[in-house]
Design a protein around this ligand. Structure first.
Ligand SMILES: [Ca+2]
Ligand SMILES: [Ca+2]
Ligand SMILES: [Ca+2]
Ligand SMILES: [Ca+2]
Length: 281
């Protein structure tokens, strides 16, 4: 009966320890921004981007890093290999990299690309040169290559609302899925050419995971206007199935596979969580 702790963990109820007075929130990153070995929280909202420093005792001290509405925030070592995570802020007007100087209150902003509406982003070293590159999904989606801390657009893609990298064709080079206006588009390495388009109503959230433990990554899709989808990778391409029909729109999805052996539950179980909101994009 050793598996019970895992089951209890899954069902545990978490109580909020602190509230924040932000306007509508759109994104969150949980990383150790100040390298004190304690995770901190960064939130993108209509209020801006706020960094909540965690003292490890449930106390969070907030610092506003960006004061205009933000649609997403991501953390990665984008500029300098100094060990400090930088932030990418995605907004409806501009996108900025906030360079982490190692000082909690001092982040240097760098403008990324032109003024345009952006919704989401994802980071990956798509060309395997050791520098983390940026994909921004927006009215025009763009891939920005990172050449020793200098970012330049190198390829444009259709309008997108979410993007997620994964090496789904297992060649060792990152591929990605893009949530476009009415479809999910798959772009495959080595040249990031369009591989497959799967129809959807209004996809807004993507999450890769191997739902059936066959060694091939599958994609969970949150749809804001129709059924959420599970798109399975097969030997012959992709196969999409509806995984629920919901009354409220879905805009984000997180998925993970749990293995619990020998007792009660099947050998492999899958939980797919789809988070709903009453607000359309
Ligand atoms: Ca920290
Ligand atoms: Ca790179
Ligand atoms: Ca690949
Ligand atoms: Ca699979």
């Amino acid at each position: 009966m050793w598996a019970y702790p895992a089951l209890v963990c899954l069902l545990q109820v978490f109580n909020p320890i602190s509230g924040v007075g932000l306007d509508q929130c759109h994104g969150v990153a949980c990383v150790d921004l100040d390298q004190d070995s304690i995770y901190d929280v960064i939130i993108a909202s209509d209020s801006g981007v706020d960094y909540y420093h965690n003292d490890g005792s449930g106390n969070f001290t907030s610092i506003r890093l960006y004061s205009d509405p933000a649609n997403a925030v991501l953390a990665g070592e984008l500029v300098k290999d100094d060990g400090y995570l930088d932030l990418l802020v995605v907004t409806s007007e501009e996108n900025r990299i906030l360079v982490n100087t190692g000082n909690d209150t001092n982040f240097n902003p760098i403008l990324l690309g032109e003024t345009e509406v952006s919704h989401a982003a994802a980071l990956s070293d798509f060309d395997l040169d050791g520098d983390l590159d940026i994909f921004v999904a927006g009215d025009t989606s763009r891939l920005y290559g990172n050449d020793q801390d200098s970012f330049a657009p190198i390829q444009s893609f259709p309008k997108g609302f979410a993007v997620s990298w994964a090496d789904y064709n297992s060649d060792g080079v990152p591929d990605f899925a893009l949530a476009a206006e009415d479809s999910v588009l798959f772009y495959a390495s080595p040249n990031l050419t369009l591989d497959t388009a799967i129809g959807a109503l209004a996809p807004r959230g993507l999450c890769w995971f191997d739902c059936n433990a066959d060694g091939m990554l599958d994609l969970a899709v949150a749809d804001s206007a129709g059924p959420n989808l599970l798109i399975k990778r097969t030997l012959f391409g992709f196969s999409a199935q509806e995984i629920d029909t919901v009354s409220a729109p879905s805009v984000a999805v997180a998925a993970r596979m749990y293995r619990i052996r020998n007792v009660i539950l099947p050998p492999v179980s899958v939980w797919v969580k789809v988070y709903h909101t009453s607000v359309d994009w």
